[in-house]
Ligand binder design. Structure first.
Ligand code: ADP
Length: 261
């Protein structure tokens, strides 16, 4: 009897030490991503403000041109407006990353999964058109809502979608990106929703899986290597889990969980 007790005590200590080790690693990851996020937000705010103000200035000039060629002026006006809106969105993203990293003003809201997808679809569709990818959405109506920092989770969806589409750039025969939301079968306590982003691209070689989440690790010529590390930090900050595995017959499936409200 006493031998049994000894072993379980040892297991408990091992479990505790493993848990605290994991917490330490998560904090270290957050610190690295945090430093980079602060640097980026500092560097990017100025050019973004300049873009927004050039867009406004150009719209004012266009207003005068309306008299000579109204049709052209309208199209240009629309384009300028979109430039302004995207610059504004980028500004919001930066602010959100900044707040997120500093853990203050974490604006977690109750939101329908479909709304998150709808918000990222314009940007996903734009890139999909450019890269010849078909996007399939599978999100039933009436799914339970999630509690999350909206802008940050939208960034996670955007990053995973962009990676999936870029992975289908070679001679991939079928270029479909699937975005899917489903309920995780309930266990005990907190209930979860799962977001899945599946591609049919070149997949991830076994030897790369260790490095994927390391900041600045990239296999792309123009990659920054920050996307996945930020995605994991965001998901873990919500208490969720980011996972990946092979898709069938080819490609990769990334998925993450968020708490239901
Ligand atoms: P970046 O996209 O700037 O390279 P990420 O951190 O988002 O940075 O991704 C790191 C690396 O992980 C990519 O360069 C790529 O090699 C690999 N990767 C990420 N997503 C996928 C995917 N869906 N399929 C294949 N490889 C991927």
């Amino acid at each position: 009897m006493s031998a049994v007790l000894d072993v379980s005590e040892q297991r408990r200590v091992e479990e505790l030490s493993r848990a605290s080790q994991e917490r330490l690693q998560a904090t270290a990851r957050l610190a690295t991503v945090g430093e980079m996020a602060s640097l980026l937000s500092h560097e990017l705010n100025q050019p973004l403000a300049a873009i927004a103000s050039y867009a406004t200035g150009s719209m004012n000039l266009l207003h005068e041109a309306t008299l000579t060629d109204p049709q052209l002026a309208t199209s240009l006006n629309d384009a300028m407006q979109r430039i302004g809106q995207q610059a504004e969105r980028a500004g919001k993203v930066i602010k959100s990353v900044h707040d997120f990293v500093r853990r203050r003003d974490q604006s977690r809201v109750d939101v329908a999964p479909r709304t998150l997808l709808d918000n990222v679809m314009p940007l996903v569709a734009l890139q999909a058109r450019k890269l010849g990818v078909r996007v399939e959405l599978r999100c039933a109506t009436g799914l339970p809502h999630v509690l999350c920092d909206r802008t940050m989770v939208e960034q996670v969806l955007l990053n995973l979608s962009r990676n999936g589409m870029q992975a289908m750039q070679d001679d991939t025969p079928y270029k479909t990106l699937t975005l899917l939301v489903r309920t995780v079968p309930p266990t005990t306590g907190q209930q979860w929703m799962e977001f899945v982003v599946a591609d049919q691209g070149h997949g991830i070689a076994e030897e790369l899986t260790e490095k994927l989440f390391t900041p600045f690790f990239t296999t792309k010529e123009e990659g920054m290597g920050l996307g996945l590390s930020l995605c994991r930090t965001v998901v873990e900050q919500h208490g969720g889990l980011l996972q990946h595995g092979p898709n069938q017959p080819r490609g990769t499936v990334f998925s993450f969980t968020l708490p239901q409200t």
